[in-house]
Design a protein around this ligand. Sequence first.
Ligand SMILES: Cc1cc2nc3c(=O)[nH]c(=O)nc-3n(C[C@H](O)[C@H](O)[C@H](O)COP(=O)(O)OP(=O)(O)OC[C@H]3O[C@@H](n4cnc5c(N)ncnc54)[C@H](O)[C@@H]3O)c2cc1C
Ligand code: SF4
Length: 410
Amino acid sequence: MELDEVFQKCLICQNPFCKKGCPINTDIPKIIDLCRKGEYVTAYKILMENNPLASITSRVCPHEFNCYGNCILNRKGTPIPFYKLEQDLTAKYRYEYSYKDKTGRVAIIGSGPAGLFSAIYLANYGLDVTIFEKNSYLGGILTDGIPSSRLPYEFVEEIINTLVKLNVNIIKNTKVDEGKLLELTKTFDYAILACGLSKSRTLDFKESDRIIDAISFLKDYNLARKLGYKEKYKINGKAIVLGLGNVACDAANALRHLDVNTTICYRRSQEEAPCTPMELNECINNGVTINYLLKPDSITENSRGLKVKFEKTILGEPDERGRHTPVGTNEFITLECDYLITALGQLPLENEFINVNTNSNYVVTDDNNLTNIPNLYAVGDITLGASTVVNAISSAKVACNDILSKITKE
Ligand SMILES: Cc1cc2nc3c(=O)[nH]c(=O)nc-3n(C[C@H](O)[C@H](O)[C@H](O)COP(=O)(O)OP(=O)(O)OC[C@H]3O[C@@H](n4cnc5c(N)ncnc54)[C@H](O)[C@@H]3O)c2cc1C
Ligand code: SF4
């Protein structure tokens, strides 16, 4: 492997902000230093011991907000793109998992990044792990949400193969409900709830086949391409995407891939958009038109398509997150389209597990991610709210380490 010259410029800081900016605390200076000395295999091992899903996070993390965005060399405008080194290492080397001798049975509910991480991490210590997944496929949003253009499916497949190598029991097509969950907490030593958030926020307009939520569209699009499922939506012509988070960007890029004329409409300005600059640029490069300061007001449908009436907005006072609130101006424009794709955020579960304490329907946990049920942990989006892959993994690691510490003590 040849090291890109940019990594020679890393200052190998004693108090590295990049490491602090990584939610899973990757030892970035140490890994770069080892690579500079040509010790790639050791560097890779350190990376994987900390985060067995490094091949995934290096490709999907919002680097600008994490490691890259926190690098001290941002002050000179030359931050070190550690994630690229992480991508190269995980593309080149393969990790040999070795069982360590701990015992115990753990049930994991959900196979998104939080569930996959927990399964690999605990099985690598020798625990007997079973994953229960409601879908016929594994990976959660890694498989059905994030398109292959950003995360090639081979990296998810590799993680799934690792589960098999580690003898993780995989039970698909099994939705765990309240009764089953309580049963699992009795029949396993520990259970980890990693169910994510499955519902999208929708618009308060009448239902139409031409109005589709972005997560359903992406699921249909991704499963057809990655797993050969039959496609349900046949979108063509002109589409408007509402919202400007990463889901909206993924949907807009997927629509462009289908050669659909695509416009994103967002009710705030570019500065308030939750997507990363990289995602925004990708959309622009793919030919997506972006309209800021437009708020949907009403929709009418006829045989030819949809007419979406938007109210123009201006930015008002900042909200509690510092984002300016869009204020209507009573000036309207109407845009026509064949399809409206809504990417307005995800909703928490509808208190599916009534014995588990929730707050605004997100599962409440203590500092170790333990719920009110003594051997039930909750990790990932189900407890964090719509978050990121690396945050989901980081919360899973906290729970797994707590389980391991208890097993050591027992
Ligand atoms: C379209 C899209 C793009 C995104 N892009 C990025 C990105 O680029 N970078 C980034 O960091 N984050 C991204 N995110 C956010 C990120 O994917 C999530 O934060 C992360 O996947 C959460 O992981 P999780 O394991 O908690 O949940 P999920 O990935 O949602 O997985 C939950 C799993 O649990 C299963 N499940 C649910 N209920 C049950 C049940 N009752 N019984 C059994 N199984 C159940 C589900 O089927 C699913 O497989 C994106 C999200 C979306 C929707
Ligand atoms: S896991 Fe994400 S945040 Fe951490 S070093 Fe890798 S790319 Fe950066």
